[in-house]
Write a protein that binds this ligand. Sequence first.
Ligand code: 6PG
Length: 235
Amino acid sequence: MQTIIQTLGNKEEFVRAAAEFIRDEAQAAITAKGRFHLVLSGGSTPKDIYRALALPEYSDQIDWNGVVCFFGDERRVPLDHMDSNFLMAWKTLLSRVPIPDENILPMPVELDPEQAAAEYEHALRLAPGQDSRPDLDLILLGLGADGHTASLFPDSPALSETKALVAAVDIPDMNPRVGRLTLTLPAMNHAAKVLFLAKEQGKEAALAGVLSGDRRFPASRVRAREQVVWMILQD
Ligand code: 6PG
């Protein structure tokens, strides 16, 4: 696996680099196999990138019929709640591009946590790839100041998951303090590529820890089959 670290000096460069990367990956996957399985991240950092992807400059270059969007984690609130990752992605990207509704797969937050995790695992497995595990082309992830990614927080039992692709998480150190659903390391590490999107400010220690491979920072444990790319905004 290859790791690429790109530092970007301002927001415009950061947004452009990420939007171009996602567009290129979508085009390559759709040309190769007619489908692009993309996992969207929550948090605030991707918002401008999602908005950029919805602009004609990028959107017109993507065959949205071939794009299938999953979510890397979700807060257990209704999908129209202000803390919902789905709502953020819907407002900034999904409602603005011609992606078929059936290609958008939000996490089933209305179910009880264990059932929701099992249902979403099932949805992922309907996108079969090698070893009957899902064929995820690109997972977008963020980084928290404590080194968490998606909803894999330091010391969380979900970090030790070796089989299940989705876990329910309910630990005190989460902001907002609501239960979550998250992809696990077995799901992330089976993806072809992972793109981390992180602003450096306030996350210097986490970035240093993760990039030096310190396993106490959950993001350091994420691998992918081909490539992990870090885009870091230094502004
Ligand atoms: C979430 C996320 C989470 C996020 C990081 C970074 O649901 O909150 O998926 O892992 O990506 O906390 O968040 P920011 O982009 O807001 O810094």
